[in-house]
Design a protein around this ligand. Sequence first.
Ligand code: NAP
Length: 484
Amino acid sequence: MFSLDQIPDLPLDLWVGGKPVPAADGGRFDVLDPATGGSIAAVANGTVEDAIAAIDAADAAAEAWAATAPRERAEVLRRAFELMQARSAELAALISLENGKALSDAKGEVAYAAEFFRWYAEEAVRAEGSVMTAPSGANRILVVRQPVGIAVLVTPWNFPAAMATRKIGPALAAGCTVVLKPASDTPLTALLMAKILEDAGVPAGVVNVVPSRSSGTVVSVMLHDPRVRKLSFTGSTEVGRLLLREAADQVVNCSMELGGNAPFLVLEDADLDAAVEGAMVAKMRNAGEACTAANRFYVHESVAEEFSRRLAERMAALRVGPGIAEDTQVGPLVNVEAVDKVAELVATAVADGARVVTGGTRPEREGFYFDPTVLLDVPTGSGILAEEIFGPVAPIVTFTDEAEAVRMANATEFGLVSYVYTRDLARGLRVSEALDSGMVGLNRGIVSDPAAPFGGTKQSGIGREGGHEGMLDYTESKYIATSW
Ligand code: NAP
């Protein structure tokens, strides 16, 4: 069985100025194993003083890092990619241990997370600007890209490695220094990432990690420090709104990756085998704890019974257990509050008239589990369709025509991702354009790719991570009006 002793270089203190440092007041907090509820480590609990020290370190390193040759920054990121690959087994076990996700999901996350370092190693050397003749002919318009400055990165617990690398990769490529505040449920992966980046050659102070149970005050003090020029946040829309207000005081540049409520449309001409396969991925990756998780299934009435029967068969066959066990397919949810929320949403949907096709209950075992669940005939007003479930539950609503399906899919304040299944590609593209979300999976249950712009419309966020745009978000354009 895996234990933390197998990672002797895992820092349990804050990571500031290139080394582990205890919290200013010596405080620590427990990290729990969601499979048992027991403590696996006590991590330094960053204070306001520590946050300022981390900004001091990022500030001291900023000028030299921004002046580093892009090729050099690229090579550091490339080494970080290689080190992550070399340490993928340890990283996956660590993610599984602190987050609860099945080891297979954790391995997938490590591969995905490492790709952000590879992609931004390749992008670091492509910081192009532009030059054009002014319309008047009097001068040239020269545009260069410069690093935006010190970036505060705040990440959630559901992808402890990938959400960190999706921010650190482009920030470092652009020449920014960073302070990362990881989620308190999963600080260990972020701390190991700091060590890996150091081993890859990242200079002291370029990457700092400050876990803290006082996230509100610690992030607030950083956003009010005039040296901080960028906030990149991934988490709930509720906390995102709060941080946008905080960031307004110093007019900090914000990138926000917020909550989702993804609709999954199965049109009457869909390939049902592909749709069920895609539904399993879109719903069950990370046991449903993904912002991209299919949250509402809209299935044409002519195929709804068949689709739900097949989906329920697949869901019921999943092996539920501790994430760290090799044969587990669905691990526990991250904490007891997460299970309570899922149980309540399911109970309310059933009271509203939904039929349980499979699951619907918590298994009787220690840890934070919920059974894979399929609900059919969910009434359109039910709360489960309006909120992020963040668990292994698939509510199905039937529809009769395409326009109605698109209208229901768009009837939400969220707009992160949508999925649509149809055999008719022209129809699929038409529906994709009509869906109000930043991303669409067309006959695909997964959209995440470091080479693609990830992000949402409406209250799912501002800005894009990944792709070429991801690095631009850590730069400012500087326009130089030039006469020559
Ligand atoms: P969360 O509660 O919003 O927390 C996210 C991060 O913000 C954590 O590091 C958290 O620290 C910190 N935080 C909480 N309250 C804060 C405050 N008042 N001031 C400053 N920081 C604060 O979200 P979560 O539960 O960790 O993650 C799940 C959410 O993330 C879901 O809504 C999901 O859709 C979203 N998500 C979005 C994307 C995307 O790319 N759009 C990707 C993944 C997840 P503590 O842990 O210490 O509270």
